[in-house]
Design a protein around this ligand. Structure first.
Ligand code: NAP
Length: 294
C-alpha cells in the first residue's frame, strides 16, 4: 500500500480558517492584527515571498505594512525602520525578509526586533523561550511541520524522530519542538558530520528532511510505514518545462511514497504551512499586545 499523502495546502487552509476567525474576533474589538514586512534588495525569490505574505494577510483579515528598500541600504537605515515598527501600535508582527545583503549584520537586525513582535521567532529571546518551553513565537516552518504531523494523526509519543539538517531556522528548532513533552519523540539530528546517514534514518518513525539537497533521502533508507516530512525546496533543471526548472524536495518522493506510511509532497507539503504559521503568530501577537482574547 502506498503512503498517505499529507496535503499541506489542505491543512494550511484549515488553519487559515481558524486564523481568519480569530482575526475577525479581534477586529470586532477594534484591533486589526498587523504584520510589517521589510525587504532589502530585489531578490526575485524574496520578492515573491513578500508578495505572497501581503496577499495572505489581505485574504485573512490582517493588515500588512511593506517596506521595500534598495540593496545599498545601510544597516543604520534598516535598524531605523525596525525601530519605527517596534513603536508603531498598528504593527503586531515584524518580519525582516532574509537573506540580507552581505554588508548588513543579520544578527544585529534580528536582535533589534521587539521580542513581543518577533513573529518569525528568530530573536535570541524567543529562541531561549522556545528551548525552555515558555510562551513564545515558534519559528514558522518548524511549527508548520509539527502541525502537519499532529493534524495528520501520526503517532508521536515515544516515536523515534530523525531530523536531517541543523540550521538555526529549521533543523535546530525542529529538534526542540519534537522533543517537547507535547510531542514526546526521541530525537536524533543529522548533519554533514554524520557518519552514516542511512543508519540513523532507518531507525526513524518520523523523518524530517531539511538539508536542501535534492533526493538525499532515498526509499532504501526508510523504515516501512514511517512518516516522511520533506522541508527541502530545491530548484532542479528541467528543460521540458517552460521555466527551465522544477521544484524537488530532499526526498526521492516517487520511491519513498511506496515505503512510507505518510509523506509530504514538494511542492504542496510544508511550503503552504510557513506563511500560515506566520499569520497565526501575528494574530497571537495582536492578542497578547492588546490583552484581548482572540
Ligand atoms: P541550510 O541553512 O543550508 O542548512 C542545511 C542543513 O542540512 C545543514 O545543517 C547541513 O549540515 C545539513 N546538510 C546538508 N547536506 C547534508 C547531507 N548530505 N547530509 C546531512 N546533512 C546535510 O538550509 P535551511 O535554511 O535549513 O533549509 C533547508 C531546506 O529547507 C532548503 O531546501 C530550503 O529551501 C528549505 N526550506 C523550506 C521552507 C519552506 O517553507 N518549505 C522554509 C525554510 C527552508 P551542516 O550544518 O553540517 O552544514
Amino acid at each position: 500500500m502506498g503512503a498517505r499523502i499529507i496535503d499541506g495546502r489542505l491543512v494550511a487552509a484549515e488553519i487559515r480558517g481558524e486564523v481568519k476567525a480569530r482575526a475577525a474576533k479581534l477586529a470586532a474589538k477594534g484591533i486589526v492584527p498587523g504584520l510589517a514586512v521589510i525587504l532589502v534588495g530585489l531578490d526575485p525569490a524574496s520578492l515573491s515571498y513578500v508578495t505572497a505574505k501581503e496577499k495572505a494577510c489581505a485574504e485573512n483579515g490582517l493588515a500588512s505594512f511593506e517596506v521595500k528598500m534598495p540593496a545599498e541600504t545601510s544597516q543604520e537605515e534598516l535598524l531605523a525602520v525596525v525601530r519605527r515598527f517596534n513603536a508603531d501600535s498598528r504593527v503586531h508582527g515584524i518580519l525582516v525578509q532574509l537573506p540580507l545583503p552581505k554588508h548588513i549584520d543579520e544578527k544585529a537586525v534580528i536582535g533589534t526586533i521587539a521580542p513581543e513582535k518577533d513573529v518569525d521567532g528568530f530573536t535570541p529571546i524567543n529562541v531561549g523561550r522556545m528551548v525552555l518551553d515558555e510562551p513564545c513565537f515558534l519559528p514558522c516552518t518548524p511549527a508548520g511541520v509539527i502541525e502537519l504531523i499532529k493534524r495528520s494523526g501520526v503517532p508521536t509519543d515515544g516515536a523515534r524522530a530523525v531530523v536531517v539538517g541543523r540550521s538555526n531556522i529549521v533543523g535546530k528548532p525542529l529538534m526542540n519542538l519534537l522533543v517537547r513533552k507535547s510531542v514526546n519523540a526521541t530525537v536524533t539530528i543529522c548533519h554533514t558530520g554524520t557518519k552514516d546517514l542511512a543508519l540513523h534514518v532507518r531507525e526513524a518513525d518520523i523523518v524530517v528532511a531539511c538539508a536542501g539537497k535534492p533526493g538525499l533521502v532515498t526509499a532504501e533508507m526508510l523504515k516501512p510505514g514511517c512518516c516522511v516530512i520533506d522541508v527541502g525546496v530545491n530548484r532542479v533543471e528541467d528543460p521540458s518545462v517552460a521555466k527551465g526548472y522544477r521544484l524537488k524536495g530532499d526526498v526521492d518522493f516517487e520511491a519513498a511514497s511506496k515505503v512510507a506510511g505518510w509523506i509530504t509532497p514538494v511542492p504542496g507539503g510544508v511550503g503552504p504551512m510557513t506563511i500560515t504559521m506566520l499569520l497565526a503568530n501575528t494574530v497571537d501577537a495582536a492578542a497578547r499586545i492588546s490583552g484581548l482574547e482572540a
